[in-house]
Write a protein that binds this ligand. Structure first.
Ligand code: F6R
Length: 609
């Protein structure tokens, strides 16, 4: 999950390459580099760290050249060092790569035996050295490129610049996304349309297995068998404007505070408040006739799916199978005939989610995609698209995309319930009214920001934190723990509150803050009993509930902290309770001084398995 760009420009392209990379930095940010051809010679600049380091290097040591490739890296093979940073070089060729070359060790052994010396620990350098070896053996660039990619196993998007053809870029896509952009006498390559947006909105997405020769005035695209194919150019609506932080210190804070608005947008795409009905996209999944539903995703998107499982079961009486995509894709799932499958993804590019989608499609399931990037691969490969309308999410930790996924999934589940005759028009109307109140409740929950900051400062000194919940609050407990650990680096675990006594309660002492998520409803008393078991063992409990819930719980003992949340329809409560959970993680990370928007070791889009 790295970002790649390429430009055939009319003047020096270094600045343009860096601009494109800046828009791809969400994919990885441990090192970056560019290569150009100038006066018939390949030149490279590579720097460890964020893009700012590469910019600094280029300011001191500019790299001229009107054709170039660039890369921002999330390390898979080899530590983030300058030697491991892309572009990698072979004899008279430079290569940038997103993905993993699975047979790189065998290729490297073969090349080493032929006397080729390697400078890095990466799989990518093998590709550069292989192409270089073919050039040294007398092949033309095109033949060297085609022969080399024919020998690669794994997933990749590649962009290649040959010294001998300084006006041409070669590229290939297998598994990882790649788009070609057409400008006015200029050509572009990028991992997504967003990277190309400052330069052009005329975008051609390569299909899986395609490779292409990009020249100043035309593009030749070839399918996996090497035969020419034509791919349609589309007009992308990715915005060229760089999203800024507004008045906030971090993108994550801005995105948390945008939630009332973006949840509202998302709901208005699926609900008709006048008629009080759900409107699902035409040609979508026909839930009336569906026999079963599979849901799959990764990370936060998976937790959204896990919450939706409760909704589909209750509102639509639909049997739901759910698994994380990296597991589902390798299971031998006996998919039911007539089943549907929903894949949830902010980026729409997550490699495991995409692979699980393809398996389910192959197994004859009708595929729905709940995605935030409508041009993404997952969106394009699904039979039915259910867009979330969160807008670009820049902070690596997902916040507004999560609640917009929930809003979308809630609408689909209610729509499915109506289609299956489980929900009456009155029940549909009641749930819709509750959903339409969510943006207001989220705004109210956001007013707790300062109080939660003080609480988070207290929590920031903890070594471990536990999150507990039952029912729909259990996946939210998992999400709370994920959010905290990924940005503050505090160890955290989410548990089903009823499961605690089967082991994890051994962790409890006064040093471990326990965040209990307990909205009113049939599971409230049971969750509070579990909380009291913790308090009886010296645990410090913070309860997130309504004012009435907090008052009722306090009779059982003194709480360490209380977080009041507006009263939201029981099963829909995660849409609102997500807010304090996100704010706690955010403020704990700020208190610890971590890099909130770009936490260590992570990347926004995970396009490798
Ligand atoms: C956590 C987070 C990740 C993503 C996961 C899936 O805050 O953002 O866990 O949710 O990598 O990504 P998408 O939704 O792009 O498929």
């Amino acid at each position: 999950m790295c970002g790649i760009v390429g430009i055939i420009g009319r003047g020096d392209v270094a600045d343009g390459l860096v601009e494109g990379l800046q828009r791809l930095e969400y994919r990885g940010y441990d090192s970056a580099g560019i290569a150009t051809v100038c006066d018939g010679r390949l030149g490279r600049r590579r720097a460890v760290g964020k893009l700012a380091e590469l910019r600094r290097m280029l300011a001191e040591d500019p790299l001229p050249g009107a054709v170039g490739i660039g890369h921002t890296r999330w390390a898979t093979h080899g530590r983030p060092t300058e030697a491991n940073a892309h572009p990698h070089a072979g004899s008279h060729v430079a290569v940038v790569h997103n993905g993993i070359i699975e047979n790189y060790a065998a290729l490297r052994d073969e090349l080493t035996a032929d006397g080729v010396a390697f400078e890095s620990e990466t799989d990518t350098e093998t590709v550069a050295k292989l192409m270089g070896a073919y050039l040294d053996a007398g092949r033309e660039p095109r033949a060297a490129f085609a022969e080399a990619i024919g020998r690669l196993e794994g997933a990749f998007a590649l962009a290649v610049l040959f010294e001998a053809e300084p006006e041409t870029l070669y590229c290939a896509r297998r598994g990882s996304p790649l788009a070609v952009g057409r400008g006015d006498g200029e050509m572009y390559l990028g991992s997504d349309a967003y990277a190309l947006a400052p330069f052009t909105n005329r975008v051609t997405y390569l299909s899986d297995g395609d490779w292409a020769v990009v020249m100043r005035d035309r593009v030749e695209v070839f399918g996996p068998d090497g035969a020419p194919v034509s791919r349609q150019e589309q007009l992308s609506d990715a915005s060229a404007a760089i999203v800024d932080k507004g008045e906030h210190r971090h993108f994550m804070a801005k995105e948390i505070h945008e939630q009332p608005e973006v949840i509202g947008h998302t709901l208005s795409a699926y609900l008709d408040p006048v008629s009080g009905t759900v409107r699902l996209p035409e040609g979508g999944i026909d839930f009336a006739g569906v026999t079963s539903l599979t849901i799959s995703a990764c990370g936060t998107a998976y937790f959204a799916g896990l919450i939706a499982k409760y909704w589909f079961e209750t509102y639509a009486r639909l049997p739901v199978e759910i698994d994380i995509a990296s597991e589902l894709r390798y299971r031998d799932v006996p998919y039911r005939q007539g089943g549907a499958a929903l894949f949830v993804s902010q980026s729409g590019e997550t490699a495991d989610t995409l692979a699980a989608l393809r398996d389910a499609k192959e197994a004859g399931q009708r595929i729905g995609a709940v995605v935030n990037v409508p041009e993404s691969t997952i969106a394009r490969e699904a039979d039915a698209l259910y867009p979330t309308h969160a807008g670009p999410e820049i902070g690596v930790a997902s916040t507004k995309a999560f609640t917009c996924q929930l809003a979308t999934l809630a609408c689909i589940a209610i729509g499915a319930g109506v289609a299956r005759g489980v929900l009456s028009p009155e029940e549909e109307q009641r749930l819709l009214t509750a959903l339409l109140e969510v943006p207001r409740h989220v705004a109210e929950a956001l007013s707790m920001d300062e109080a939660l900051r003080d609480l988070a400062q207290d929590m920031a000194s903890a070594r471990d934190v536990l999150y507990l919940g039952r029912g729909v609050s259990f996946p939210l407990a998992l999400e709370g723990a994920l959010k905290l650990k990924e940005i503050s680096y505090i160890h955290a675990e989410g548990y089903a509150a009823g499961e605690l006594k089967h082991g994890p309660i051994a962790l409890i002492d006064e040093a471990v803050p326990v965040i209990v998520i307990a909205p009113p409803g049939p599971l409230f008393e049971k969750t509070i009993s579990n909380m009291q078991e913790v308090m009886a063992r010296g645990g410090r409990c913070c309860l997130i509930s309504t004012k009435a819930g907090l008052a009722a719980a306090e009779r059982g003992g003194e709480l360490w902290a209380k977080v009041p949340v507006p009263d939201t329809e029981g099963l829909l409560s995660p849409l609102v309770y997500a807010v304090p959970v996100q704010l706690l993680a955010y403020h704990a990370a700020v208190a610890k001084g971590t890099d909130v928007d770009q936490p260590r070791n992570l990347a926004k889009s995970v396009t490798v398995e």
